[in-house]
Design a protein around this ligand. Structure first.
Ligand SMILES: C[S@@+](CC[C@H](N)C(=O)[O-])C[C@H]1O[C@@H](n2cnc3c(N)ncnc32)[C@H](O)[C@@H]1O
Length: 302
């Protein structure tokens, strides 16, 4: 898609195509296994080995962290994937025998309508949504079942987010993991701050995994920013991506009890198994980390 003529929000929405095409190609090459992604994304355009490795690390680490959370909570938990795009985590967890009480995905209506269309038309994706004979209901932009909800909202509008969480019957007293995979950076920080504050205020026990850029004030960051801006996509929330500390501070400032940000090199060695790392090293040299992942703990008593 030519993004030169897209308005800002359309350019942001189209980043889902970038992410899902990159994941799809890496899955196609066998970097990790995801039988559900080809049901949502056909495109297998070639990407560079660096991109494949980056996505491998991103997906592997986030999946590992989510699985750890579910096991620690013994499944008595909820997950909200904000800006979920075409992510397949719900189906992967269900397939791995790790279902949760409720899994909610929220994105712009243009993105959820396309995902809704693909899910409705695929029996394997639909099958996973059924739980205790509960009906699956849907319209053009949303899909709701007892355990899975795909809902549309603009995350910059708190009232929309609040009413969607209510419609999805979220339980504020159940431990809940919030996932932002390359999402907050696309909104001005006053909006991401309010969203993080809302979560901290509403839910009694929350975790958050936030994956996005870090060290964005150096020359490489400048180049990345001007490249994206020339394609109509401003990283409106880049201010929070100056350092690991600015990333941690955004949580502490907004009512969270703690935050720990790590660069991806640390994550590779701490959270991915040596066997998987060895396989990646055989495919090429690692580059300087440009992204980090963080786990934020809020009011959890284990
Ligand atoms: C880079 S994509 C990432 C998609 C998915 N999280 C992944 O990593 O594969 C960013 C996603 O965030 C969504 N997004 C960004 N800003 C949003 C907003 N204000 N409201 C709803 N969704 C938003 C976009 O539509 C897009 O699907």
């Amino acid at each position: 898609m030519d993004r030169h003529n897209l308005d800002g929000d359309e350019a942001v929405r189209s980043t889902n195509d970038d992410a899902s095409h990159c994941k799809r190609f890496a899955v196609h090459l066998g970097y990790w296994s995801d039988p559900y992604l080809p049901l949502l994304v056909r495109n297998t355009d070639r990407k560079t080995p660096e991109i494949n490795r980056g996505y491998f690390a991103r997906v592997t680490v986030i999946t590992n962290m989510v699985e750890k959370f579910i096991k620690a909570m013994k499944g008595n938990c909820q997950i909200v994937n904000f800006g979920a795009g075409f992510d397949t985590l719900f189906w992967k967890l269900k397939g791995a025998g790790l279902p949760v009480k409720k899994f909610v995905e929220i994105d712009f209506a243009n993105v959820t309508s396309r995902k809704c269309h693909y899910i409705k038309n695929n029996s394997k994706l639909m099958e996973a949504l059924h739980c205790d004979d509960e009906e699956v209901s849907y319209n053009t932009t949303e899909l709701h079942s007892g355990i899975y909800h795909l809902a549309s909202a603009d995350l910059r509008k708190l009232s929309e987010v609040e009413s969607k969480l209510k419609e999805c019957s979220m339980e504020f007293s159940v431990p809940t993991l919030f996932l932002f995979e390359c999402v907050l950076v696309y909104m001005p920080i006053q909006f991401s701050h309010s969203l993080l504050q809302l979560i901290a205020d509403k839910f009694s026990t929350t975790f958050c995994i936030n994956y996005e850029q870090v060290n964005m004030t150096d020359r490489f960051g400048d180049v990345m920013l001007s490249n994206l801006r020339s394609r109509g996509c401003s990283l409106a929330g880049v201010e929070a991506c100056a350092s690991l500390k600015t990333q941690e501070d955004r949580f502490i400032l907004n009512g969270w009890d703690g935050a720990q940000a790590l660069e991806m090199n640390q994550v590779y060695h701490g959270l991915i198994s040596p066997q998987e790392i060895q396989r990646m090293h055989l495919r090429g040299m690692e580059r300087q980390p440009r992204f980090k992942v963080e786990l934020v703990k809020h009011k959890l008593k284990m």
